[in-house]
Design a protein around this ligand. Structure first.
Ligand SMILES: N[C@@H](CCC[C@H](N)C(=O)O)C(=O)O
Length: 285
């Protein structure tokens, strides 16, 4: 961890389609990143503000990364804004890779750059402002439902390394009008560790993709966000499944922009803009 003499902590702020993160370089895993500290950093009034924290640690120096140190130099230690841990963050991984490259901690290669996460290794490619990451293929594992403002919305449970519930909003309901200021209810028997809930609507066809979906999300540990990469992958998998397809490309429009998801037989590529916007020193965490 880089500390100033007065104990300040260097940070970088970045986002992927409006899903924003505070990036903390901590190569040797020296920072005691407690849930309270994460929540204070992510506080949008008293802290820097963010949907989550990305701690940049050498895989060899993190207890959850050390087993992957032979495959990737860096471990993405992702935390939600309430301080909780999550297994995976798709937009976070894209922003993490942008940071590694801009900080000179990794060099652009013609191949894909591996990053260790709690959900295993992801591989990234950079294409201008966009960063694409290859993650595990989402696994649809059953029906469930979300409760929202007196409504029950049926959905599909999807494992993308972290848990998701994808709920299409039926005709007559307005996606933009859903009140996501409060957490949707869910079945804890299906999601014992909580769940990220995506609400979706079919959008006008666009060229070059097999489906086009609108999505809003209420994230476990971070409330409503402008985008969720793993959520977009879950939504794409459900959209293709409903079209009786196993593979294909889906454009997922979130409040923060557009993500593109390509499902192949044994992989899932998530692509979209990933940008760094500021650096600074946190002096009073
Ligand atoms: N925004 C992320 C997902 C972050 C983790 C999620 N809130 C969870 O607790 O599983 C993404 O882009 O995937």
């Amino acid at each position: 961890m880089r500390l100033r003499d007065d104990g300040g902590v260097e940070f970088t702020k970045g986002h992927g389609t409006g899903n924003d993160f505070v990036i903390l370089p901590d190569p040797d895993g020296a920072l005691d990143l407690t849930p309270d500290l994460v929540a204070a950093i992510c506080d949008r009034r008293r802290g820097i503000g963010g949907d989550g924290v990305l701690r940049v640690v050498r895989a060899a120096k993190h207890p959850e990364g050390v087993a992957l140190a032979g495959e990737a130099e860096w471990f993405m230690d992702y935390r939600n804004s309430d301080g909780s841990l999550a297994e995976m963050c798709g937009n976070g991984a894209r922003v993490f890779v942008r940071y590694l490259l801009e900080a000179g901690l990794a060099t652009p290669t013609s191949g894909a750059l591996p990053v260790a996460t709690r959900a295993g290794i992801v591989r990234a490619r950079v294409e201008g402002d966009a960063v694409a990451v290859e993650m595990r293929r989402p696994r649809l594992y059953g029906a469930s439902a979300a409760a929202l403002g007196g409504l029950t919305l049926p959905g599909t449970a999807v494992d993308v390394g972290n848990p998701h519930l994808v709920c299409p909003v039926s005709a007559g309901l307005d996606l933009a009008g859903l009140d996501l200021t409060r957490a949707p209810g869910y079945d804890p028997a299906v999601f014992p560790a909580g769940v990220n809930v995506e609400f979706t609507a079919v959008a006008e066809p666009v060229d070059g993709v097999d489906a086009h979906v609108l999505m809003r999300v209420y994230e476990r540990g971070s409330a409503e966000t402008l985008s969720c990469g793993t959520g977009a992958c879950a939504v794409a998998a459900v959209a293709l499944h409903e079209a009786a397809r196993e593979v294909g490309t889906v454009a997922v429009d979130v409040p923060g922009g557009r993500l593109t998801v390509t499902l192949a037989e044994d992989s899932c590529w998530l692509s979209g803009p990933a940008l760094l916007i500021a650096t600074g020193t946190l002096t009073r965490p």
